[in-house]
Design a protein around this ligand. Structure first.
Ligand code: AMP
Length: 435
């Protein structure tokens, strides 16, 4: 069949590689894609929020399956756009409708959902502009650090963690009154701070059944030892060693299963990925307990770049099963090896950065996969930078140090003016294992 994948980042290139490998995929289109995805299929110049354009393209090209990478079109209702149109409703659509996408589109909605279904998460209260004074008073009763979250989508920037009470009160005012994050901060969730170690768990859901995909950990800050500004993600590893069988059993029993059951109970037909951001918190017995930090309604980026290379099953078969609602009949075959992804970024990122620098050295990278994020071919058909996160190197090995070494060696071979990457991806997990 012909398949359309929507998005243009590293996540989409990692997905495109697997989709193109499927024997069920006759032709893959990627809208809009990047230079990397053009090696897996045909890039189509359509914006991810151009539902009408995407719908027409699907009809004109006899596309049978659509897979959505990023959250914005899902929260904007692209799945509903397809479901509500006679000629599009039978296209196999992988991605939740707007009701399910609220799990990511509104932090307040997600918190209420977790409360309704007894899913462990940090205690919280939500405030609007009218309740600013109440919110500031509420903060005085909380312990530092204070966690303030813009309710809506804020491109990963809407969470503030502040140590000082007065500053937290001021920031709350900025978010609610001065619309620091635009309409996204018309409501603000004030949340208890959870101390622990983070990881991401991914679930593929057919509306009733689910498969838990490999776990991963990403690295958000620009600087080594997790310092400096937040980024879209500087690397990832999969699996996460501390997420052992006992821990994952807790995740499934306390979080994944009640989440899927909750969706069913609330009449939400959720067909797509659920990305659960977790904090593993040490309890009184010294064991790790999982708490939900956030839901996302798509795969993570850069986690997909280490999770997807480990999936050995035919992903198109899994997606077909998601559409039919018989995911329980499928098995998920995962590569036991560890994957490590190191992201290479443009100079200046995550602040302002230049585009259009020529990228060299890709041919010298051996025994690793290069996954493109912000890349394109210029008029001279040279590969150039076209984003802050430019590309990443993912390697697989029997051990985490082995995978990290291969990815770092690969990253060293790639150059452009000001190319930067972190050398310490995964080191926290190694120190933890060795302690
Ligand atoms: P979110 O967008 O909700 O994932 O939040 C962004 C980041 O803020 C998370 O990846 C965590 O590192 C941190 N964070 C969010 N909520 C909490 C919390 N309740 N306690 C501690 N850290 C948090």
């Amino acid at each position: 069949m012909k398949i359309l994948l929507i998005g243009s980042g590293g996540r989409e290139h990692a997905m495109a590689i697997k989709i193109a490998q499927s024997e069920h995929c006759k032709q893959l289109f990627i809208a809009p894609g990047n230079a990397g995805t053009s090696a897996c299929g045909k890039n189509v110049d359509l914006k991810v929020d151009d539902f009408e354009g995407i719908g027409k393209f699907v009809l004109n090209n006899d596309i049978k399956m659509v897979v959505v990478g990023p959250e914005a079109p899902l929260v904007g209702g692209i799945a509903d756009y397809f479901a509500e149109r006679e000629h599009l409703k039978d296209v196999m659509f992988i991605g939740p409708r707007a009701d399910g996408a609220q799990l990511e589109g509104s932090k307040d909605y997600a918190k209420m959902f977790m409360q309704r279904h007894n899913i462990p998460t940090a205690a919280y209260k939500t405030f609007t502009k009218k309740k600013l004074k109440e919110g500031q008073k509420y903060l005085t009763k909380q312990k530092a650090p204070y966690v303030l979250k813009a309710d809506g989508l804020a491109a990963g920037k809407g969470v503030l963690i502040i140590n000082d009470l007065e500053e937290a009160q001021k920031e709350l005012e900025k978010m609610l009154v001065e619309e620091k994050f635009g309409a996204a901060s018309n409501s603000v969730v004030v949340e208890e701070y959870l101390s622990g170690i983070e990881l991401s768990v991914f679930v593929l859901c057919d509306g009733k059944h689910y498969k838990i995909l490999p776990s991963a950990k990403d690295y958000k800050r620009i600087g080594e030892s997790d310092t400096g500004l937040n980024t879209g993600g500087m690397g990832s590893v999969s699996p996460v060693a501390f997420a052992d069988k006992a821990f994952m059993q807790k995740v499934e029993q306390r979080i994944v299963s009640p989440t899927v059951k909750g969706l069913v109970k609330e009449g939400i037909h959720y067909k797509g990925f659920i990305f659960i951001g977790l904090m593993a918190v040490t309890n009184a017995e010294g064991e790790l307990d999982p708490y939900v930090i956030e839901y996302n309604v798509r795969m993570g980026d850069p986690e997909t770049e280490s999770v997807f290379p480990r999936i050995k099953s035919d992903v198109v078969e899994l997606f077909e099963s998601v559409w039919r609602g018989d995911l329980n009949q499928q098995s998920l075959d995962v590569d036991e090896r560890t994957a490590a992804c190191v992201m290479l970024t443009a100079a200046g990122y995550p602040e302002s950065y230049k585009k259009g620098d020529v990228i060299r050295g890709l041919d010298e990278v051996k025994d690793a996969v290069i996954i493109h994020a912000g890349t394109k071919l210029n008029d001279k058909k040279e590969l150039v930078t076209n984003g802050g996160r430019v590309l990443c190197v993912t390697s697989l090995s029997d051990s985490l140090p082995g995978a990290l070494l291969k990815s770092l060696q690969g990253a060293e071979k790639i150059t452009w003016k000001g190319c930067y990457f972190r050398h310490d991806i995964g080191q926290d997990l190694l120190s933890r294992e060795n302690s």
